[in-house]
Design a protein around this ligand. Structure first.
Ligand SMILES: [Zn+2]
Length: 206
């Protein structure tokens, strides 16, 4: 229990150290995402920044808040302790390593999203799903910066036999935890998650 507390504290400081903190990032190189939205989606009126988190239409009064999208990623292990890693088929970061996962749909829980995304990308059923920690990220898509909250999970599966790359996955690899290399993971939040996960696995001797 004590050890878990220490790990959590270290994770928080690691996140702050690598990103400079959420507020600093928002006010720095990245403008607020609503800066790109200049017309009201309801009436086409002038759509102006409201309070730093929302825009308000000068014509009809519509207020739109922009929050990060929920996304999930999962460390799946087999009985030998190997981790299932995917290779991204598409941009952003095409060709780099990733974890099975993706965006949470409307009307589903994050746990349902993990099971669905893992099934869609690998064909695997998973069990013993457990939440680990989160990271924030910016996911460039279609010329727009999609701000995400990435929820990192771990789960087990009986075997990687029969898993097959599908959907936006080009290849699936079974990797020993000590061979995980964060620099090969193209999405920043996932690379950070891999570094934390690898350190925990090695510290726990498993
Ligand atoms: Zn309007």
């Amino acid at each position: 229990m004590e050890e878990r507390k220490n790990e959590t504290a270290r994770d928080v400081s690691e996140a702050a150290g690598t990103t400079g903190g959420g507020a600093a990032e928002r006010s720095g190189a990245h403008p607020h995402p609503l800066a790109d939205f200049i017309y009201c989606p309801r009436c086409g009126g002038e759509f102006r920044p409201n309070n730093g988190k929302s825009n308000r239409c000068l014509k009809c009064g519509f207020v739109y808040y922009f929050n990060p999208s929920s996304a999930v990623a999962c460390f799946i292990t087999d009985p030998q302790g190997r981790v299932l890693v995917s290779r991204r088929a598409f941009e952003p970061a095409a060709g780099t390593l990733d974890l099975p996962g993706g965006f949470v749909d409307c009307f589903e829980t994050v746990e349902q999203a993990v099971h669905r995304e893992v099934m869609e990308e690998t064909g695997l059923e998973i069990e013993s799903l457990r939440y680990l920690f989160s990271r924030h990220n910016i996911y460039p898509y279609s010329g727009f910066e999609v701000h995400t909250t990435d929820l990192i999970f771990e789960a087990r599966t009986g075997s990687f036999e029969g898993c097959r790359p599908q959907d936006d996955v080009a290849e699936l690899l079974a990797v020993e935890p000590e061979a995980l290399d964060p620099s090969q993971f193209g999405l920043r939040s996932i690379a950070e998650a891999v570094a934390v996960y690898k350190a925990r696995r090695l510290a726990a001797g498993r």
